[in-house]
Ligand binder design. Structure first.
Ligand SMILES: *Cc1c(COP(=O)(O)O)cnc(C)c1O
Length: 426
C-alpha cells in the first residue's frame, strides 16, 4: 500500500470522504486519491514521490504553472508584513484598478473569499437592484455551492450523482429556474412564463463544469438581447473563464457585454479569492453605499491580494501567454483527435482557448444532454491509464483540462504518448 492509500485510510476517519471538497475523493474514478506534497511548473508530486504532468492546475488558478517565482516572491514579501488586518490596504485598490482596466464593462470590484461567495453575492445584488426574486440558470452549469444555485448543477455535484443537494429547502429553490445551455428558446419560455419577475440570467460563458462545452454562435448574444428586452441582468460567471480566455475574459473574447461578472480561481493566484464586479451604478447598491448587504472578515486579505495582483500584473505584461496556452491546448486536442481516429475509439474532444476535455461518446457535444451521454466508466479507465503513465487529469468526466504557460513541448508530447497508449489499452 502506498502512502497516499495509508493517508486516505486515516483521512476518511476525520474528514467526510477523506477530503475537504468532494471531487478530490476520486470516487468517480474508483480509486484512492493521490495526496500531493508539492508542485512546480507543470508538475505535481505525490506522497510516494511519484511525479505527474498536471492538467488540474488547482482547478484553474495556476495559469502560469505551479509555484511561479513572481507570485511566490510577492506572497513571501506580503507575509513579512502580517497576515491580516481587517482594514483597507493599498493592494486592494491596485488590484481593483487593474481589473477594471483590463476587463470591459466593469467599473467597481468587491473582493470576497471564494467563487461561491462571489456568485452568491452577485445574485443577491441582481435581486436587490431589480426588486425581482427569480433567477435563470442553466442545467449542468456550476456556480458554487450556495443554496439557490445548487439546482441542476454541474461539476462534482454532477459526478456525485446529486444534481441538487439535501438540505436545500424547496421554498428557497422555487425561485431558481433552469434552462438549457445553447438553447435560447428554453430561456424565452421561462421569461414568458414569469414576465417581469426574472432578476438575472446567470451563465458560464463557456460551460466548463460539464466537461468543456463552447457557447454556440449567437447564444451569448441572444442572452444579452433577452436580458435587454426583459429587464433581467446578465451575469457572466467567469470564475473559470476570467483572465483565462483573454485578459478581458469572455466578454472580450466573445464581444458580449455582461451586467455583472464574477471571478475567482485565477485572480487569487492560488490563494482563496473571489470577486464580483459591475458598473458603478450597480455596485454602489452594495453596503456601505447601498441596501444590499455583504461583508467578509478576511475579504481582500493582504496575502491573497499580493498573489492575485502579481499574477494579473504578469498576465498584463505578458499577453502572449494567451496565444501560447491556446496554441498548446489546440495542439493537444488535435493530437488527441488523431489518436482517437487511429484507435477507432468513440471519443470527442472539445477545446477553446486553454480549456479542453474529451467525452467518451461518438456524437458532437454541444449541449448538456450530449455531455451526459459520455461513458463515465470509460472516462474512469482512461483517467487510471493516464495516471499510471504519469499524467494527472481531473478525476471526473465533467471537468475541464487546464493548460498552463508552464506546460512545455516535452510535456505535451509525453501527454500525447500517454493518450495513445491508454486509448490502445482500452
Ligand atoms: C469553481 C467555480 C465556482 C466556485 O468557486 P469556489 O472558489 O470553488 O467557491 C463558481 N463558478 C464557476 C464557474 C466555477 O468554476
Amino acid at each position: 500500500m502506498g502512502r497516499s492509500e495509508e493517508l486516505f485510510e486515516q483521512a476518511v476517519k476525520v474528514l467526510p470522504g477523506g477530503v475537504n471538497s468532494p471531487v478530490r475523493a476520486y470516487r468517480a474514478v474508483g480509486m484512492a486519491p493521490r495526496f500531493i506534497t508539492k508542485a512546480d511548473g507543470p508538475f505535481i508530486w505525490d506522497e510516494d514521490g511519484e511525479k505527474y504532468i498536471d492538467y488540474v492546475c488547482s482547478w484553474g488558478p495556476m495559469i502560469l504553472g505551479h509555484n511561479h517565482p513572481v507570485i511566490r516572491e510577492a506572497v513571501e514579501r506580503a507575509v513579512k508584513d502580517g497576515l491580516s488586518f481587517g482594514a483597507p490596504t493599498r493592494r486592494e485598490v491596485e488590484i481593483a484598478r487593474l481589473m477594471t482596466e483590463l476587463v470591459p464593462n466593469i467599473e467597481m470590484v468587491r473582493m470576497v473569499n471564494s467563487g461561491t461567495e462571489a456568485v452568491m453575492s452577485a445574485v443577491r445584488l441582481a435581486r436587490g437592484a431589480t426588486g425581482r426574486d427569480k433567477i435563470i440558470k442553466f442545467e449542468g452549469c456550476y456556480h458554487g455551492h450556495s443554496d439557490c444555485l445548487l439546482v441542476n448543477a454541474g461539476s462534482s455535484a454532477l459526478a456525485g450523482g446529486h444534481p441538487s443537494s439535501a438540505g436545500v429547502p424547496e421554498d428557497i429553490v422555487k425561485h431558481t429556474l433552469t434552462a438549457q445551455f445553447n438553447d435560447l428558446s428554453s430561456v424565452e419560455e421561462l421569461l414568458n412564463a414569469w414576465p417581469g419577475q426574472i432578476a438575472c440570467i446567470i451563465v458560464e460563458p463557456v460551460a466548463a463544469n460539464m466537461g468543456v462545452v463552447n457557447p454556440a454562435p449567437g447564444f451569448l448574444e441572444g442572452l444579452r438581447k433577452l436580458c435587454d428586452e426583459s429587464g433581467a441582468l446578465l451575469i457572466f460567471d467567469e470564475v473559470i473563464t476570467g483572465f483565462r480566455l483573454a485578459l478581458g475574459g469572455a466578454q472580450e473574447y466573445f464581444g458580449v457585454r455582461a451586467d455583472l461578472v464574477t471571478f475567482g480561481k485565477i485572480i487569487g493566484g492560488g490563494m482563496p479569492v473571489g470577486a464580483y464586479c459591475g458598473s458603478r451604478a450597480l455596485m454602489e447598491q452594495v453596503a456601505p453605499c447601498g441596501p444590499v448587504y455583504q461583508a467578509g472578515t478576511l475579504s481582500g486579505n493582504p496575502v491573497a491580494m499580493a498573489a492575485g495582483l502579481a499574477q494579473l500584473t504578469y498576465l498584463k505584461e505578458h499577453p502572449q501567454v494567451y496565444d501560447h496556452i491556446a496554441a498548446k491546448a489546440k495542439w493537444l486536442a488535435e493530437g488527441m483527435r488523431q489518436a482517437v481516429a487511429e484507435t477507432g475509439a468513440p471519443v470527442v474532444v472539445n477545446q477553446i482557448g486553454s480549456l479542453l476535455s474529451p467525452f467518451f461518446t461518438p456524437t458532437a457535444v454541444t449541449r448538456f444532454v450530449d455531455a451526459k451521454g459520455s461513458d463515465v466508466t470509460m472516462y474512469a479507465r482512461y483517467f487510471q491509464g493516464m495516471l499510471e503513465r504519469g499524467v494527472a487529469l481531473a478525476p471526473a468526466q465533467f471537468e475541464a483540462m487546464f493548460v498552463s504557460e508552464a506546460h512545455g513541448q516535452a510535456q505535451l508530447e509525453a501527454t500525447l504518448m500517454a493518450v495513445r497508449a491508454t486509448l490502445a489499452a482500452l
